[in-house]
Design a protein around this ligand. Sequence first.
Ligand code: IMP
Ligand code: MG
Length: 173
Amino acid sequence: MSENVKVLISEQEVTEKIQELADRINKDYEGKEIHLICVLKGSVFITCELAKRLTVPVTMDFMSVSSYGDTQESSGRVKIVKDLDESIAGKDVLIVEDIIDSGRTLSHLIQLLQSRQPNSVRLCTLLDKPDRRVTDVTVDYTGFVIPDEFVVGYGLDYAQKFRNLPYIGVVVE
Ligand code: IMP
Ligand code: MG
């Protein structure tokens, strides 16, 4: 499987970057607790690796959303496939994403979560493709800014495959 994928960001680079993100987050949230929200499925890898490196108290919840098809893209709405188990009221929420592309999913998700009265909502993403952005999204913690290329690995899939690769790569023919 991996012979079809060219490494873009190595496992070691990803690991080092996640540690850097964790260091910043630990500093910013000193004296607070973080309620981590993992957006399934792609964010599972980054969420676990980040969570292991957080030294402030952490609770975790999981959510699964899917974008509507192309015909409804302009509405920018997402469908909740699996909602959070717990209330986020009064909590300091940190959403963890694998990648931000158009920004549609996240801008809708942030709006939705804001309406549930959390104390704060911040966003951490491993990858950002700003060239593709159509909606404004404030990203508080960004791992890597990458060009407009379709990437796989570290949770990211191509037709549900390649999520398990320990690095970020590009599928080559
Ligand atoms: P957005 O709403 O366009 O920002 O969509 C983000 C979602 O699209 C991500 O959570 C991924 O599931 C998917 N996605 C965007 N770019 C890529 C990519 O390069 N590889 C794999 N999935 C991607
Ligand atoms: Mg995702």
